[in-house]
Design a protein around this ligand. Structure first.
Ligand code: ASP
Length: 201
């Protein structure tokens, strides 16, 4: 889903689109109407603006509205049976134009999952991620036999080729996990069911 500023958990709405509609991507008013029909809660858009985000936006405006800064949350998962899934949620980039759609809701760009290859979720400058169709790029490499680490590194290299910065997390149907990024940092963690967990891959 895209352009849904008043849905608190867009991943739940995306899951409803996947499971309960014949479609892949719903945006704007149509997505909000589907949320109401599917029982996915909506809220006032202002309720999703944190004081920290507002302060950063005001500071950026004071500097002349320079774009930059992101805050994506992504997840990839693999089941015991080898089924994979990916989910990516973002508020977009600071200072973006009204109407701008980033990579996160675009299947193959910021998010992709296919049991035949793997699952990927990206963060970073969405325009570069879209240009190289980064999540699909990563999963195609897995399908061709690359290791999860090589596929993750190659994906960041593809971003660099178009001047982009960002990061990727990757899971293979056999349970391999990897990440790579060229930003200053990228928070990440893993867990196995409700048991083991960590932040070192
Ligand atoms: N990828 C997101 C976008 O361009 C931003 C982010 O990673 O937070 O919309």
């Amino acid at each position: 889903v895209a352009a849904v500023p008043d849905v608190k958990n867009p991943v739940l709405l995306a899951l409803a689109v996947l499971e309960r509609s014949p479609h892949v991507l719903l945006v704007g008013e149509g997505a909000r109407q589907f949320a109401r029909e599917a029982g996915v809660p909506t809220c006032a858009a202002e309720a999703l603006i944190t004081p920290r985000s507002r302060a950063r936006w005001e500071a950026a405006r004071a500097r002349g509205g320079a774009a930059g800064g992101h805050g994506t949350v992504g997840a990839v998962a693999v089941s015991r049976e080898g089924h994979v899934a990916a989910a990516t949620s973002t508020g977009g980039t600071l200072g973006k134009r009204v109407g701008r759609v980033g990579d996160s809701p675009l299947i193959g760009a910021g998010t992709y999952a296919d049991d035949a290859s793997g699952a990927a979720s990206l963060t970073g400058r969405g325009e570069a991620i879209i240009r190289v169709v980064a999540a699909k790029h990563a999963c195609d490499l897995l399908r061709q036999g690359a290791s999860v680490l090589d596929a993750a590194r190659s994906t960041v290299a593809a971003l660099e080729r178009v001047g982009g910065e960002g990061g990727v997390i990757l899971a293979s149907p056999r349970g391999g996990l990897a990440f790579a990024f060229n930003t200053a940092r990228m928070a990440r963690a893993w867990c196995v069911g409700a048991g083991a967990e960590g932040d070192d891959f």
